[in-house]
Design a protein around this ligand. Structure first.
Ligand code: CO
Length: 179
């Protein structure tokens, strides 16, 4: 059991579509365990396998309960997930990503989705989600297809975000004094 290194924008694996998981065994369960640990350590609400360097169709999510917004908590590991229904209604909301730390962009997505997947034991799951959970499920599924939230931004907004990202990266490098 370990905290894994999170791949950052620019890494090839983030742009590589994941392969279906075919074996549901102890190894998968311990990978899921590592993914939850890594996600909590990085204080995220979702983490997909490509983000830790594995081209697999698998992600973990933990959207906390929020009484003010009338939202129930949802925690799961979803294997080979698919969206089988999406609402025509869309909404815009800010999104970030553990692989593009410090950056945020407003992304338009369907308000609600129905997702089917397997749990780490291979049992089928069906999730009807709306609001933040629906957004998280769509964001994580994108990762399994090599898609990042910045791909959903307008060309101008993407350009601005990438410029800010490169500036922040360059500054971080300067701060690291050579030994
Ligand atoms: Co992400």
């Amino acid at each position: 059991m370990a905290i894994r290194r999170i791949e950052i924008l620019g890494s090839e694996v983030l742009r590589t579509p994941g392969e279906e998981v075919e074996t549901f065994d102890g190894e998968l369960e311990s990978l899921v365990d590592d993914m939850f640990r890594t996600m909590y350590h990085a204080e995220g609400v979702g983490l997909a396998a490509p983000q830790i360097g594995l081209s697999l169709r698998l992600f973990v999510v933990d959207v906390p309960e929020d009484e003010d917004e009338g939202r129930e908590g949802f925690r799961a590991a979803l294997v080979n997930p698919e969206i089988i229904e999406r609402s025509a209604e869309v909404e815009k909301a800010p999104e970030g990503c553990l692989s593009i730390p410090g950056m945020e962009g407003v992304v338009e997505r369907p308000v609600s989705v129905v997702m089917e997947a397997r749990d780490p034991q291979g049992e089928p799951l069906r999730i009807e989600a709306s609001g933040l959970l629906a957004r998280a499920l769509q964001h994580e599924l994108d990762h399994l297809n090599g898609v990042l939230f910045i791909d959903h931004l307008s060309p101008l907004n993407r350009k601005m975000l990438l410029r800010k990202w490169e500036k922040a990266r360059a500054e971080a490098e300067e701060e690291t004094a050579p030994l």
